[in-house]
Design a protein around this ligand. Structure first.
Ligand code: DC
Length: 226
C-alpha cells in the first residue's frame, strides 16, 4: 500500500496539533502527535523523581518504560504508559519542560524513532513534531514548517489552558514558550529547524479557518491533489 506522509514541524504553541488533527480528519489520514510521545517519557521521569536533564538517569530508566499510542472511539490519540492512560496527565504545564528536557537525550530519541516510522509505514499520516521532516520522515511527500510569533503562541496557549480550567499568567506562559524554543532549537541532536524542502506557514496573523485553509492548500498542491 502506498502511504502519504505529511510532516509538520514547528515550535510549541504554533497550532500544529489542532490544525494537523483537523486536516487529518478531512483527508482521512491518521494524525500522530509526536510531542505526546516525548511528554509520556517526561511524565515517567517526573513521577519517578528522575531529573529530566540527567541523561544517564533518564536513559537508564528506558527499559522500564513502555510507550503505546492508541486511538479512542472519538478518533483522538491516547497515550499509554506501561498500560496506564496518561493522556490528560501529560498536558500539565510542568510536564512540558520535562518533555523538552528528556527529548534532548539521544537515547530517548532513538528509543522513540522506530515507533514513529512504523506508524508512517502502516498508515497515511499527518505527523507533527520538531524533527519529522528532518529526521523521522526525511522522505515525506509533504513537509510544512508551521510557526507564529512567541507572543501569538503565548496568547493562544493561555486561552487553551483557560478553557481546560488550568489558567496561567501570560508572562509565565510566554517565558516557558521562549525557554522551550531555546532548548528545542539549540539541542545538539535533532534540533528544531525548517527542512530545506519544507514550506513555511506563519500563522501569526491568521485565525484557525485561515490557517487550516492555507495548510490544506499546501498539502493538496504538494501531494498532487491527494
Ligand atoms: O509538541 P509538544 O509541545 O507537545 O512537545 C513536547 C516536547 O517534546 C517539546 O518541547 C520538544 C519535544 N519534541 C521533540 O523533541 N520532537 C518531536 N518530534 C516532538 C516533540
Amino acid at each position: 500500500m502506498n502511504t502519504i506522509r505529511i510532516a509538520i514541524d514547528g515550535p510549541s504553541g504554533a497550532g500544529k496539533s489542532t490544525l494537523a488533527r483537523s486536516a487529518a480528519g478531512k483527508l482521512g489520514y491518521l494524525y500522530v502527535d509526536t510531542g505526546a510521545i516525548y511528554r509520556t517519557v517526561g511524565y515517567y521521569a517526573h513521577t519517578h523523581r528522575i531529573d529530566p536533564k540527567d541523561e544517564a538517569a533518564v536513559t537508564a530508566c528506558l527499559p522500564e518504560v513502555t510507550v503505546e499510542l492508541a486511538y479512542g472511539r472519538d478518533g483522538l490519540q491516547c497515550m499509554l504508559l506501561n498500560g496506564e492512560d496518561v493522556t490528560a496527565a501529560i498536558r500539565l504545564p510542568e510536564i512540558s519542560l520535562c518533555a523538552s528536557a528528556v527529548s534532548a537525550h539521544p537515547g530517548v530519541r532513538g528509543f522513540l524513532l522506530e515507533m514513529q516510522r512504523k506508524l508512517a509505514r502502516e498508515h497515511s499520516v499527518i505527523m507533527d513534531g520538531r524533527d519529522i521532516g528532518t529526521e523521522v520522515l526525511p522522505d515525506a511527500e509533504v513537509k510544512i514548517f508551521l510557526t507564529a510569533s512567541p507572543e501569538a503562541r503565548a496568547r493562544r496557549r493561555c486561552l487553551e489552558l483557560e478553557q481546560r480550567g488550568m489558567p496561567q499568567p501570560y508572562e509565565k506562559v510566554l517565558q516557558e514558550i521562549e525557554e522551550r524554543d531555546w532548548n528545542d532549537i539549540h539541542r545538539p541532536i535533532a534540533p528544531l529547524r525548517q527542512a530545506e524542502d519544507a514550506v513555511l506557514l506563519d500563522t501569526t496573523d491568521l485565525d484557525f479557518q485561515e490557517s487550516e485553509a492555507a495548510l490544506l492548500s499546501i498539502i493538496r498542491e504538494r501531494s498532487g491533489g491527494a
